[in-house]
Write a protein that binds this ligand. Structure first.
Ligand code: THU
Length: 129
C-alpha cells in the first residue's frame, strides 16, 4: 500500500475521534505485513486518564482480529504540527512490531518517516531469566 493511502486512512479515522476535552483529534492507520488495514482514533473520557490514544485503538483492534505483525503506522492530527506517538503507544508498538515504520503528517501534508527505534531506542522488554 502506498504511504499516501495509509495517511489518507489515518485522516479519515481521525473523524471518528471522541475528543470533547482536548479538542485534539488524532487518527491512526496500521498496515499489517499481510496488507490488512486497521484504524483508530482517540477516545477521551471525563475521567481524563481513561483516555485511549488513536494508535492503541488501532493496534488492539488489529490484535483482536488475529493480527500481530505490522509493517507501517500512519498518524495524523487536527493540529498544525506532526504528531508522533506518545511513549505508552510506542511501548505497545514495540511489543508487536519493533521494526515498524511510523509515518507522520503535518497540516500542510508534509510527511516524515521514522523507525520505531528512532522514536523509542530502548524499549522495555522483560529480562530473560
Ligand atoms: N493522543 C493520541 O491519540 N495519540 C498520541 O500519540 C498523542 C495523544 C490523544 C490523547 C488525547 O485524546 C489527545 O490526543 C490529547 O492528548
Amino acid at each position: 500500500m502506498l504511504t499516501e493511502h495509509l495517511v489518507a486512512a489515518a485522516r479519515e479515522a481521525a473523524e471518528m475521534a471522541y475528543a470533547p476535552y482536548s479538542r485534539y483529534k488524532v487518527g491512526a492507520a496500521l498496515l499489517t505485513t499481510g496488507g490488512r488495514l486497521f484504524t483508530g482514533a482517540n477516545i477521551e473520557n471525563a475521567s481524563y486518564g481513561m483516555t485511549i490514544c488513536a494508535e492503541r485503538v488501532a493496534v488492539f483492534s488489529a490484535v483482536m482480529a488475529g493480527e500481530r505483525q505490522f509493517e507501517a503506522l500512519a498518524v495524523t492530527s487536527s493540529g498544525r504540527k506532526e504528531v508522533t506517538p506518545c511513549g505508552a503507544c510506542l511501548q505497545v508498538l514495540a511489543e508487536f512490531a519493533p521494526g515498524i515504520r511510523v509515518i507522520t503528517s503535518d497540516a500542510q501534508g508534509e510527511l516524515n518517516e521514522y523507525t520505531l527505534k528512532d522514536l523509542l531506542p530502548r524499549a522495555f522488554s522483560l529480562p530473560a531469566e
